[in-house]
Design a protein around this ligand. Structure first.
Ligand code: FAD
Length: 480
């Protein structure tokens, strides 16, 4: 585990201005009700803030069509915490000889990640930044991302102790089984997971077969090269956010659903005055904007504007047939189009046990609706192939019942070219602060308690390493 280097911290702190709020104004408007801002709302509420949350989408408890929601409520009903959940992905853009390639601009059907129908010059520059990040810098950023995962793990432990009901009634499952289809990649991951203190047990394919009869077919035909039981958990995220919204309301938070914030109102250049809804300025001493991959308009005028772009993933659900899987699983297939697949134990419409499977990387550019339908189908085919290889009986049952086709969903993760999250602080007139958070790639759920702590600290004048490590100008320090 990387320990913070005080010299590096000082360099970042000297170079990157952070505007901390004063503790005076304990009233906060939050824009966005995805999991990141909902966990921040709970933290602020319990620190004595008066909280108003605005979201363009409907109340998650209304059960509107999945397409009406953001990433958290819009995708499949499972999310995972592991110590490597948010990660650095820049090395994927390198060929074996270390040269950078065109991963983001090559279509999914050609082995790349491009899902966008067309791309602007700004988007192409963003892709270039992703491709060209030097390996040593990506490693440096990766250590910081993993440190946030670790801190978030402590936050989840605290939340589990203070609010067990939030987890017990939303499908909480402890310990993740990681599976690998390639031996070399498996060995690399054993070392990596060991480094972050994630490993509980290292398993040979035979041990996986004996411990997990649901995987006997995949272990028997050589699909599984090795397994690991690691620290982590899953929840059924739809129930989790519904429950969390109820808890927030019960503790005094107010919500305005179906409320689109069109932008930030500026008191003067660089000083935020409020947010604009239906042409009116909503004001509060503090504002926290966490719009996921949908922040292009609302973040105009901030340093975070266009730093966060969309990376779509696809979801399919299959029945958890006998012999049933009893742990959630993360599957790694190096070089496959569904390279990393999370399989969460869940419950179907009629209370039946299901496996909620999510995977794939499809870059949409800055517009999360910029999706080529034919390329999207290729991602669904890739996820289906993984389900077929690892859970052939469940796949066959899902095809027969029509569940495989019915359960097709996608959602778009907020992503940055450096894979670092974004944490921006902007002064407000009466000593408060406007905070922007986002871009946590594959780990927005996983990192949310650590983000919440950093948000609270920023609003009450406290320091948090995330303020500089996820500072939107940090990547610029290197290119100066
Ligand atoms: C296939 C797949 C699997 C994943 N698995 C995991 C996992 O196992 N673990 C994990 O940690 N992460 C996982 N992720 C990533 C995770 O889902 C996201 O990082 C997370 O949901 C993002 O949450 P958010 O709150 O940042 O954004 P969102 O959930 O998108 O929320 C943003 C909200 O802001 C609202 N909004 C946006 N603009 C405005 C506006 N102008 N006015 C008002 N409201 C606005 C939107 O309506 C939306 O509700 C996965 C993603 C995918 C695609």
């Amino acid at each position: 585990m990387a320990t913070p280097d005080p010299d590096a911290e000082r360099v970042l702190a000297d170079a990157l201005p952070v505007h901390l709020g004063s503790a005076a104004g304990r009233s906060t408007i939050l824009v966005g009700a995805g999991v990141v801002n909902l966990v921040s709302a709970l933290t602020l509420l319990r620190a004595g803030h008066d909280v108003l949350v605005c979201d363009a989408a409907p109340d998650p408890r209304d059960g509107a069509p999945w397409t009406a929601y953001g990433c958290t409520r819009g995708g499949g009903d499972g999310r995972m915490f592991t110590l490597t959940e948010a990660d650095s992905y820049n090395s994927r853009a390198r060929t074996a000889d270390g040269a950078s390639n065109d991963l983001l601009t090559r279509p999914v059907s050609d082995g790349g990640w491009r899902l966008a129908r067309s791309l602007s010059d700004t988007e192409l520059r963003w892709a270039e930044e992703f491709h060209q990040l030097p390996p040593w810098l990506a490693d440096n950023y990766n250590a910081d991302i993993f440190e946030v995962n670790r801190r978030a793990g402590d936050g989840w432990t605290r939340l589990l102790a203070s609010d067990p009901d939030l987890f017990e009634t939303t499908g909480y499952r402890d310990v993740i089984l990681r599976l690998y289809s390639d031996e070399e990649y498996y060995r690399w991951h054993v070392a990596r997971n060991e480094k972050v203190g994630a490993i509980r047990t290292v398993l040979t394919p035979n041990q996986v077969r004996d411990g997990y009869p649901a995987l006997a077919d995949a272990c028997g035909d050589g699909t599984v090269a090795g397994g690991l039981e690691v620290v982590g958990f899953t929840v059924n995220i739809h129930e989790f956010v519904e429950k969390l919204v109820g808890l927030l309301e019960a503790e005094g938070a107010r919500f305005r659903w179906g409320t689109t914030v069109s932008g930030i109102a500026w008191a003067s250049p660089g000083v935020a005055d409020g947010v604009v809804v239906d042409g009116e300025v909503l004001r509060a001493p503090n504002i926290v904007v966490s719009p996921g991959a949908y922040g292009r308009e609302v973040l105009r005028g901030t340093a975070s504007h266009e730093l966060v772009q969309g990376m779509l993933g696809v979801w399919l659900t299959v029945p958890n047939v006998e012999p049933m899987l009893d742990h959630s699983v993360k599957i790694s297939r190096e070089g496959h189009r569904a390279e990393e697949t999370n399989v969460t134990l869940g419950t179907g419409e009629h209370g039946e046990p299901v496996l909620v499977c999510g995977a794939g990387y499809g870059w949409t550019g800055a517009d999360p609706t910029n999706i080529d339908g034919a390329e999207l189908d290729v991602l669904f085919d890739a996820l289906e192939d993984t389900i077929l290889r690892f859970f052939p009986k469940a796949h066959a049952a899902a095809v027969r019942s029509g569940l495989l086709e019915r359960s097709r969903r996608h959602c778009v993760r907020p992503w940055t070219a450096t894979c670092l999250g974004v944490f921006e602080t902007i002064p407000m007139p009466d000593g408060g602060a406007l905070v922007v958070t986002g871009g946590h790639n594959t780990g927005g759920f996983a990192q949310s308690p650590a983000i919440a702590e950093a948000v609270l600290a920023a609003l009450v004048g406290g320091k948090d390493p995330m303020h500089t490590r996820y500072h939107p100008s940090r990547p610029g320090l290197f290119s100066r």
